[in-house]
Design a protein around this ligand. Sequence first.
Ligand SMILES: *Cc1c(COP(=O)(O)O)cnc(C)c1O
Length: 380
Amino acid sequence: MANNKILLCLAHMSGQEMKYIQEAFDTNWVVPLGPNVNAFEEDLEQLCGEDKRVVALSSGTAAIHLALVNLGVTRGDEVICQSMTFSASANPVVYQGATPVFVDSERDSWNIDPNLLEEAIKDRIAKTGKKPKAIIPVYLYGMPARIDDIMEIARRYEIPVIEDSAEAFGSCYRGQLCGTFGEFGIMSFNGNKMITTSGGGALICPDEAAKKKTMFYATQSREPMPYYLHKEIGYNYRMSNICAGIGRGQMTILDEHLAHHKHLCDRYVELLGDVDGITVHTNPDDRCDSNYWLNTIIIDPKKTGTDYETVRLHLDACNIESRPLWKPMHTQPVFSGAPSYVNGVSEDLFTMGLCLPSGPWVSDEDVERVAREIIACCKH
Ligand SMILES: *Cc1c(COP(=O)(O)O)cnc(C)c1O
């Protein structure tokens, strides 16, 4: 078909998923725990290495929330969060009654700027007399953040790091999996992410004790008694055994998905790399190994004579889905009261960037069509 709809990132099954789901039905494990959950967590722990423990949860948002609960974040606390991100990075801070403090990005990775991060920490200590309770860096579109620099600062000020690697499943920095550097890391298996469980997430924990505590919070904080005894507030955040079955099936094609996303990046670079005013966002150096969950471009209006919204509307008319970059949290009405440390980078990116179709269903011919239509918008 010449004009089939090309979507950003659509779920893609390996064919193994139904086997695990059938097993769950055959053994009547249709509950938020069971053999698929345990096996999926083992798969994820193997992927993480670094002696990490993983808890499968109902969403990536729930994982961030439980990381904050584990760290004792509560009313009156401040948590530093990358400003350029999806709102799910910051919402759980507010669930805990704490205040997000937004920090802008650096130009190479589009992720939290380590220099501005340190400035923000110093300024918060000066202004409030206490340290922020946690730092949430994000790996936007799969691109590794400057995690060595971030960890160095975090260690110096003794502030725990929660890596939001919802978009970076399979991305590495210096060969180490994103999400395994900080105290906690989070994964998302929503329908449009690198792999899916239809909806789901996971918390990467530093040790077995943190895993046990997380499972306790995720199952209503029930004390080990024959009757229902509760000493702490709990949550219903465990992953269902059916969803975990999908996850086990998805793990069998993770390598293929990663290879395909990276291949599409190469194709975009090939077709758009030489176009004046268009920059494909690629690994800034060889320490970074992005999964290229979504391939993204920057469109310079001066050089191209067009802009991201004109291109987006044109692509839409051509039956091609694209999407503006994340609108920075410090510009969101819902977070208007939050302190922010801004350098202009995220607002700049937001007014010039576009996410392009990148999923397992996108073919080489699709990329050619997308690139052709983008170039057609440029008035060189
Ligand atoms: C998707 C996403 C989340 C939340 O994950 P869910 O599983 O959808 O709750 C958090 N942070 C970022 C950056 C995301 O893209």
